[in-house]
Design a protein around this ligand. Sequence first.
Ligand code: FES
Length: 154
Amino acid sequence: MSQVQASAAAPQTAGKWKPEIIVFCCNYCAYAAADLAGARRMQYPPNVRVIHVPCTGKIEREHILASFEKGIDGVLVAGCLEGGCHFIEGNLRAKRRTEQLRDMLDEIGVGRERLRMVNLSAAMAPTFVQRVNEIVQTIEGLGPNPLRAHDAPA
Ligand code: FES
């Protein structure tokens, strides 16, 4: 996995919590949409990191759970449109995993709303930005990842 710099990179504002979001983008359509958003200078909130993966089907449960364990506040899985995965069914596997993990996040008190998936074509830069903004707004409403709160100094 490689990390790319999106147009949203900005330092955390001192003293004011901002959600930290990871967007796992598949190498094909989703990454192209994110790249197009950057090329068009479309804006989305700071502290959103885009992680480049070969296909959403290659994102293991452990990758997502490790993100939450490290205090990431929200995770967006971005892949190709259904029927458009370059590895045939990778995005369908990712969809099943995401739903299972959403249930698990509810069970452990983190909350399912902190994890979402979106399917994109390479031309869907506006949708990419919209989905990123939506999850950021949701997480701002929910507050920090409860696992992070446990790590916070008293
Ligand atoms: Fe895009 Fe599989 S290559 S989701």
